[in-house]
Design a protein. Structure first.
Length: 145
């Protein structure tokens, strides 16, 4: 009941996969080259969307090679993909991964570069949480800034 698909409008996409039998994370590649100026943030396209159970989340972490080899990281150190992001009306649930260039030089990543690891995680809700009937109406950043 969880997995990956190619989002609408994308083609020739490599779906995330685990590198070894005991890897926890699924490696995410970028689907087009990207250039980041020093001290800048950009969203990298993956062309992938993820489906999961309602009480799960996909957490995206930077691969360990990202800062070491490129001087890049994910700005808040983890990206969160909620179950209701899948098939949203804005972008079909296509996953973008924010990258921050903390170096003093421009960095270019080529299509196919593995930048993040995604891990599906079950989460719990508080007993006293009020009923929330709010439905997602958009894609990236749609629940407010």
């Amino acid at each position: 009941m969880r997995g990956f698909e190619i989002a609408k409008g994308y083609q020739n996409i490599t779906l995330p996969r685990r590198s070894t039998a005991l890897s926890a994370g699924y490696d995410f590649e970028i689907c087009e080259s990207i250039t980041l100026k020093p001290k800048s943030i950009k969203r990298a396209k993956t062309g992938v969307k993820a489906y999961m159970k309602d009480d799960e989340v996909l957490k995206l972490y930077p691969r360990s090679s990202l800062p070491k080899n490129y001087g890049l990281t994910i700005p808040n150190n983890v990206g969160i993909i909620d179950a209701d992001y899948y098939n949203n009306p804005d972008n079909d649930g296509a996953i973008f991964i924010q990258l921050y260039n903390f170096t003093d030089h421009t960095v270019t990543l080529e299509k196919g570069t593995r930048i993040a690891q995604g891990i599906f995680v079950h989460y719990l809700k508080a007993d006293s949480e009020p009923l929330n009937n709010h439905k997602r109406t958009g894609g990236f950043g749609s629940t407010g800034s």
